[in-house]
Design a protein around this ligand. Structure first.
Ligand code: M6R
Length: 365
C-alpha cells in the first residue's frame, strides 16, 4: 500500500534511507571495517582484466556512476553500454572479462539478451538485481542483490540508490582484490558508505522547499540538466525522471558540453538544473553555469551550503543538500532530482505512478 503517501513513487523515494541501509548491511562488515561481497570460491575478482557494464534506463545511469568509481578506486578498465546497443556493435570481449548487468526487475529483455550473449562469449557475469527470483539473478555467476523491496512506481527511485550502494561496495572490493586499497582507505570507504542513510534522510528534509519551487519548472516546455563527473549521470537521470512522469522535454548534458551546441537552446524560458556539490569539480561546473546565466538562462542550483553561498546569487532557485562525501554524493543528489520530477508532475496533474506509454518491466527487445 501507499501508506500515508499520495503516490507509490513518493513512498519509494521516502523509503530510501531504510532500504539503502538494508542493502549496505549485507555488504559492509562494520566491525571489521571491511567490504564483503557474497563471492563464490571459484570467482576471482583479482583475475578480472576488463569490466563491461550493461543496463537500460535508470539502471544504466547507476552503471555510469559505477564506471567512475571502478576506474578511480580499482584502476580497472570499464566499458559501458546501453543493453540494446551492446549486442549489435560487435563488442570485443577479452578473456578474463566481467560483465556486470544492472536491473531492478532482472527481466529487461535487452539486458538479458546482452547477458546471454556475453556468457556465450565466455565472460563471467555479475548481476546487480532487485528481484531475487528473476531470470538475471538465476543466470548470473555472481548475484549481488539490492534490497530495495518491491518497486511499484514506473519511475525507478529506490532501486537506483540501492544499486549505487552495491556498486560502491563492489568497487571497493575490486580495489582491494587488485591491491589498490589499504586497510585505512577501506575503513574510510566503509565509514562514508555507512553515512549514506543519514545523508539521504537529511536530503529528504528539503522536500517541502522543492515542492515550493516546482511550479517554476512546471510551466516550461524544455528543461536542461547539467553535471560533471558522477553528477553527469545524475543530470541524465534527472532529465529521464522529469520526461517520464511530467512529459516535459528534458535533456541531461555533461556541463562542459554545453558550449559545443546545447547552449544555443538557452533563453529565459528554459530552466537549467545544475547539479554541483562543492568539491574539486565545482568551479568548472559553475563557470558552465555562468555561461548559461550570461545568455539569460534561469538556473536552479542544487548544491550544499558552501556551494550555494559561493554561486547561488542570481539563480532562479537553489536547492540545498547536506554536506556529503564524494562517494555518497550520487546517492544524496538522486533525492532532489527525484523529488523535483515528482512535484513538477503533481503540479501538472499527470499520472505519476503509471505514466502514459510506459511499463514497469520492458520484456520486449
Ligand atoms: O528493471 P530494469 O532496471 O532493468 O529497468 C530498466 C529501465 O527500463 C528502467 O530503469 C526505466 O528506465 C525506468 N522507468 C526509469 O525510471
Amino acid at each position: 500500500s501507499k501508506g500515508n503517501h499520495r503516490h507509490f513513487m513518493l513512498k519509494e523515494i521516502y523509503e530510501q534511507p531504510i532500504v539503502v541501509a538494508q542493502t549496505l548491511r549485507s555488504y559492509l562488515q562494520r566491525l571489521e571495517e571491511r567490504v564483503t561481497l557474497p563471492v563464490p570460491d571459484d570467482f576471482d575478482l583479482a583475475a578480472i582484466r576488463r569490466v563491461t557494464i550493461v543496463a537500460c534506463g535508470t539502471s544504466f545511469y547507476a552503471g555510469m556512476v559505477a564506471k567512475y568509481w571502478f576506474e578511480q578506486f580499482a584502476r580497472v578498465p570499464v566499458d559501458l553500454d546501453v543493453a540494446s546497443e551492446f549486442r549489435y556493435r560487435a563488442p570485443v570481449m577479452e578473456e578474463a572479462g566481467l560483465m556486470i548487468v544492472i536491473s531492478q526487475s532482472g527481466e529487461t529483455a535487452d539486458t538479458l539478451a546482452a547477458l546471454r550473449h556475453a556468457k556465450a562469449e565466455g565472460q563471467k557475469i555479475a548481476a546487480v538485481v532487485n528481484v531475487p527470483t528473476s531470470t538475471m539473478a538465476r543466470e548470473a555467476d555472481l548475484l549481488l542483490p539490492t534490497h530495495a523491496g518491491p518497486e511499484i512506481g514506473v519511475a525507478s527511485t529506490k532501486a537506483f540508490t540501492c544499486q549505487l550502494a552495491v556498486l560502491a561496495a563492489l568497487a571497493a572490493n575490486f580495489a582491494r582484490a587488485r591491491g589498490r586499497l589499504s586497510p585505512d582507505e577501506e575503513r574510510e570507504i566503509v565509514t562514508h558508505l555507512a553515512e549514506a542513510p543519514a545523508a539521504l534522510n537529511a536530503a529528504l528534509s528539503y522536500d517541502e522547499a522543492i515542492a515550493a519551487m516546482a511550479p517554476a519548472v512546471a510551466g516550461a516546455r524544455d528543461v536542461l540538466y547539467l553535471g560533471r563527473g558522477t553528477d553527469y549521470p545524475l543530470a541524465l537521470e534527472g532529465a529521464l525522471k522529469l520526461k517520464e512522469i511530467s512529459y516535459i522535454h528534458a535533456e541531461g548534458y555533461a556541463a562542459g558540453e554545453m558550449k559545443h551546441g546545447p547552449i544555443a537552446l538557452i533563453d529565459e524560458a528554459v530552466p537549467v538544473i545544475v547539479i554541483a556539490p562543492s568539491g574539486p569539480l565545482f568551479e568548472k561546473t559553475v563557470s558552465n553555469m555562468q555561461e548559461v546565466q550570461a545568455r539569460g538562462g534561469k538556473v536552479v542550483l542544487i548544491s550544499d551550503a558552501q556551494g550555494i553561498a559561493a554561486a547561488g546569487k542570481g539563480c532562479l532557485a537553489t536547492i540545498e543538500m547536506p554536506e556529503a562525501h564524494p562517494l555518497i554524493a550520487p546517492l544524496v543528489y538522486a533525492v532532489p532530482v527525484q523529488l523535483l520530477a515528482y512535484h513538477v508532475a503533481v503540479a501538472k496533474g499527470t499520472d505519476v505512478d503509471q505514466p502514459r506509454n510506459l511499463a514497469k518491466s520492458v520484456t520486449v527487445e
